[in-house]
Design a protein around this ligand. Structure first.
Ligand SMILES: *[C@@H]1O[C@H](CO)[C@@H](O)[C@H](O)[C@H]1NC(C)=O
Ligand SMILES: *[C@@H]1O[C@H](CO)[C@@H](O)[C@H](O)[C@H]1NC(C)=O
Length: 472
């Protein structure tokens, strides 16, 4: 049945791409002749074709088969846009770092509407730098070291709540945890009723985020837009209250309220609200996916689990079996667990690629990247290239005993748009792991090898698993 459907799809798309190709050829003459040529590759199956492939199958297969066929730079056509994909560390550096100003970040308008157009990652230039400094500052090591006891509190109640012996959706639980940590970093201590309202309405936005954008009432997207409006009202109330209190906290909200540009202008409430939602969005699914993979990798490899347990049990004993809180210094001295995080980030590469658009015609290694084309450095290919990571499909901590070669390991991206929350994310993962391996044992339920893309790769059904308290 599936095979038949696939054939029908392929037939339809081939027909479609043929028609579009004919059109293209006629327009071909209008494109000015350039010295540089377009990269190799196929623009076939435009619009839906390659998008469907990209999002429905394993992106490993999609990208690596293309790279095998065409080399490290090739053209394709996804999400309705002609695109150039780049699979080498040098090319990633070119796009993200050295020539970053020639490539702007791009997101579909429908997603921008849900998060808010002023969110940092939709921007380039001065405004972007200003917001980035604020976010980076409020998530810097000096600030987040003070969050350890609070993150630990959240990790303790999360892990305790899993230990029922009932099957739970690991990814879903991890999402709850990373949402709480996001709220903590943004607001510090937020009143419970605000937190509840934010959580409920944000969940609706989250559900609509990957659904078909339409204004038809009752659809997930429309519901998400309405919830987004309510979120703006709640955030307005919180912002207003904060302004009156003039608290001298160091959380992101206070940093944003306190920020002035060179003309002395403060940020508008809309800008603040958009960036709060932007940070929550950027922090939740990404961190939760990685933590879900960590649970799976530890489960699949008893020796690995033993090594992490050994490391964390020593810390737990030093803390009188959890009577004393984890200290910042302890979280900085978990070498095995740190490597587990790095290797999980590499193996799972939950951000398969960066998405940019060329703002002018750009030439790279003799190839033309035309203005307006999408440009995608392929992190996944780089992280799984045996030239940089021998035996790439093997989970192997020893590869992180030395630093990876420059630009071969970019789990948080690179350059001015790299993730400013990387240290917070790693801290959250370490604290979660500490409680997971010292207090719980777990069993994964059902199929263990399939992956779903939502759109980040996570084990199928969010890794259903049963958790119990370890007997003393
Ligand atoms: C959403 O926010 C509003 C406040 O604007 C609140 O009354 C409501 O309970 C929240 N939750 C849902 C599911 O709408
Ligand atoms: C807010 O700004 C004032 C003056 O620019 C500064 O003294 C103060 O430390 C800032 N507060 C925070 C929380 O950053």
């Amino acid at each position: 049945m599936d095979a038949i459907l696939t054939y029908v799809f392929i037939f339809l798309f081939t027909l479609l791409s043929f028609v579009i190709f004919m059109k293209r050829d006629k327009r071909g003459g209008q494109v000015p002749q350039k010295r540089a040529q377009l990269p190799p590759g196929s623009l076939g199956w435009p619009y839906i074709g390659e998008t469907l492939q990209l999002y429905s199958q394993n992106p490993n297969t999609f990208f690596s088969s293309k790279q095998k066929r065409y080399g490290e730079i090739f053209k394709t056509h996804i999400l309705g846009c002609p695109s150039v994909m780049l699979a080498s560390p040098e090319a990633a550096k070119f796009v993200l770092v050295t020539r970053a100003h020639l490539f702007k970040p791009t997101y579909p308008k429908s997603k921008e509407r849900l998060i808010g157009p002023s969110a940092l990652f939709f921007h380039q230039g001065d405004y972007h730098m200003r917001m980035r400094k604020l976010v980076q500052g409020s998530l810097s090591l000096d600030i987040i070291r003070n969050l350890v006891p609070h993150i630990e509190g959240l990790a303790v109640s999360a892990t305790d709540s899993w230990a029922t012996g009932q099957v739970i959706d690991t990814f879903h639980q991890m999402k709850k945890l990373s949402f709480e940590v996001g709220i903590l970093a943004i607001f510090g201590n937020l009143e419970a009723h605000y937190k509840e309202e934010l959580k409920k309405n944000y969940t609706i936005v989250d559900k609509g985020y990957n659904s078909f954008p339409t204004n038809i009432p009752g659809t997930p997207y429309k519901k998400a837009l309405l919830a987004r409006k309510r979120l703006r009202v709640i955030l307005g109330d919180i912002i207003c209250e904060r302004k009156e209190k003039r608290l001298l906290e160091k959380d992101l909200l206070c940093c944003m309220l306190n920020s002035t540009d060179e003309k002395g202008e403060v940020l508008a409430d809309d800008q603040i609200a958009d960036n709060i939602l932007g940070v929550l969005f950027a922090a939740q699914d990404t961190t939760a996916s990685v933590m879900t993979w960590i649970v799976k990798y530890l489960h699949d490899d008893p020796k690995l689990l033993e090594a992490v347990k050994a490391e964390q049990k020593i810390i737990r004993e030093a803390n009188e079996e959890g009577q004393q809180p984890l200290s910042w210094a302890q979280t900085r001295n978990m070498p095995v667990s740190h490597k587990v995080i790095f290797e999980s980030l590499r193996m799972a590469t939950i951000i398969s690629f960066a998405f940019r658009e060329a703002v002018v015609d750009v030439e790279y290694k003799g190839y033309l990247i035309p203005k307006g084309w999408k440009v995608m450095p392929l992190f996944r290919n780089i992280h799984h290239n045996p030239e940089y990571f021998a035996d790439p499909h093997k989970f192997d901590l020893s590869r992180f005993e030395v630093a990876p070669k420059p630009n071969t390991f970019m789990p948080f991206g690179s350059g001015v748009h790299a993730c400013p929350g990387n240290e917070l994310a790693k801290l959250e993962m370490l604290v979660m792991m500490h409680h997971l391996v010292t207090k719980l044992k777990w069993e994964v339920v059902g199929s263990q090898s399939e992956i779903q893309y939502s759109p980040f790769p996570v084990p199928l059904h969010g890794l259903p698993a049963k958790f119990w308290k370890q007997s003393a």
